[in-house]
Design a protein around this ligand. Structure first.
Ligand SMILES: Cc1cc2nc3c(=O)[nH]c(=O)nc-3n(C[C@H](O)[C@H](O)[C@H](O)COP(=O)(O)OP(=O)(O)OC[C@H]3O[C@@H](n4cnc5c(N)ncnc54)[C@H](O)[C@@H]3O)c2cc1C
Length: 447
């Protein structure tokens, strides 16, 4: 009789989940576990920011609760613990007498440390980790180059994969989870207050009114692709600033794995079979490809993406640390009205648009002349959709220290105002919220 544990990490879903599929192939009885990891939830960054602020924590709690509910609806359950995988999962594995633990292989520094420490302890009781994939569109074995040869230009990468490598079909959600708990206590779901946060504020004008979890992620995708057909106008609207509907708002679901990128990609393809291919569907697929590409770059360059000089060891990056300038930036108190609005939105909701991320980062580096790593850590702390590769590699680019440079001429506050906020709706929303209802009643309806 084989027993296995599925350790959910950033794959908080039942659909297209290779860890579940492989565990079910291997074992007769399976236990499902999630650990609220102290490394990310209780510690501070080098520059002193809480590593996970409350909006993301709330999203994670909601996603795990949804996963538990969905497992319970399938006659299974989710065992929940708070602490470190190395201790908590080890204790469960020892008690359950599993042979293997199935989980996603993470490839960034802290995540690797966590899985390595656990693996070493599991060896002491004759158990091992079986790693699977699930965070990318592509399987690295399907790519026409080894990771170490990933092209340093996105254009070259795109040419090599886009039309040539098919995105595999998502795996089915199993019907029988072969759940057997062996009287292991399911554990209590933590609350925000366990981590010292009060309840997250609900803002009526937040562009991010969404709840975490696979169920909500699927609903949002359904709304975007079918109910509202926002897909049709994605190409024109994707760089907007105000409301919920200018872009998919699926990044946090992708970051926590509530939605699988393969599943999302094939949903867009299904949409194309009905509505035809368009600039919008192409650009959305390209954005998913870009997300994958940042992952490959992070795998190729490993910890260098966090270094002060990043991939440009010969260049000198800015190393200033002016506490007042940094605090003013984080609080939305720089005196530059758009940057202040952006930072207030980030603090209040955990979400800002792509353009706003670029501008806030460029302002931090080029106007305030501060060390980009501090800014990246602040985004890590605050973003609801924080993802190691997407955040750090995008910061690398803006700092001009990655493999590609984002042209700073495109990062211009005046242009943002003119092009994306001609009626100052965004500005008023965050800098003068009191005036919002009076001047912009439409804000509540999204776009
Ligand atoms: C400095 C900086 C930091 C960022 N940090 C993160 C982060 O921590 N997590 C994160 O998911 N994205 C990050 N991004 C990328 C991008 O801003 C967000 O993915 C996007 O704004 C999320 O909104 P959406 O889901 O509505 O995106 P949409 O415009 O609807 O795009 C669809 C999906 O494509 C992917 N995508 C689109 N653009 C990018 C991009 N430039 N880089 C990577 N993936 C992309 C995302 O998964 C997104 O959900 C960052 C960008 C910058 C400039």
């Amino acid at each position: 009789m084989n027993r296995a544990i599925v350790w959910f990490r950033q794959d908080l879903r039942l659909h297209d989940n290779e860890a579940i599929t492989e565990a079910l192939k291997f074992a007769d009885e399976v236990l499902y576990v999630y650990i609220f990891e102290d490394t990310f939830l209780k510690s501070k960054s080098r520059f002193g920011f809480q590593r996970t602020e409350k909006h993301r924590l709330k999203f994670i709690i909601e996603s795990v609760a949804d996963l538990r509910e969905n497992l319970r609806a399938s006659n299974a359950d989710l065992i929940v613990r708070c602490g470190n995988a190395e201790d908590e999962l080890f204790k469960i594995a020892a008690r359950y007498k599993s042979a293997k633990i199935f989980c996603n292989r993470e490839s960034t520094h802290d995540e690797i440390l966590i899985q390595d420490k656990l693996e070493k302890r599991l060896w002491t009781i004759g158990q091992e980790i079986h790693y699977v994939r699930g965070k990318m569109l592509y399987y690295t074995q399907d790519l026409p180059f080894p990771i170490s040869h990933t092209p340093d230009s996105f254009k070259a990468y795109r040419k090599e994969v886009e039309k040539i490598v098919p995105v595999r079909k998502p795996l089915e959600t199993p019907l029988d989870f072969k759940y057997q708990s062996d009287h292991i206590d399911a554990g209590r779901m933590p609350e925000l207050s366990d981590y010292g946060h009060d309840a997250a504020l609900k803002l009526p004008y937040s562009a991010y009114p969404f709840k975490g979890g696979e169920t909500e992620g699927r609903k949002r995708m359904e709304y975007f692709l079918r109910q509202s057909n926002l897909m049709a106008t994605y190409s024109e609207s994707r760089l907007g600033l105000s409301g919920s509907d200018y872009s998919t708002k699926l990044s946090a679901y992708l970051a926590q794995g509530c939605i699988s990128p393969k599943y999302f990609y094939h949903q867009i393809t299904d949409y194309e079979t009905i509505h035809g291919e368009s600039k919008s569907t192409y650009e959305l697929k390209l954005d998913l490809l870009w997300r994958d590409y940042l992952r490959l770059i992070a795998k190729k360059y490993k910890t260098m993406i966090f270094y002060k000089n990043c991939l440009k060891s010969a260049e000198k990056s800015i190393t200033n640390y002016d506490t007042t300038a940094i605090i003013n930036w984080t609080n939305g108190n720089t005196g530059e009205s758009y940057i202040d609005a952006i930072m207030k939105e980030l603090n209040a909701t955990g979400f800002i648009s792509y353009k706003c991320r670029q501008l806030a980062a460029a302002f931090f580096i080029y106007e305030l002349k501060q060390n980009w790593q501090t800014g990246a850590e602040y985004f890590e702390s605050r973003l609801i959709d924080y993802d190691v590769c997407s955040n750090w590699v995008n910061w690398n680019y803006i700092a001009g220290l990655g493999i590609q440079r984002i042209e700073s001429k495109g990062l211009n506050v005046g242009q943002l105002a003119q092009k994306y906020d001609p009626d100052s709706r965004y500005l008023d929303c965050w800098n003068h919220p009191g005036s919002l209802k009076k001047f912009h009643p439409g804000m509540l309806e999204g776009k």
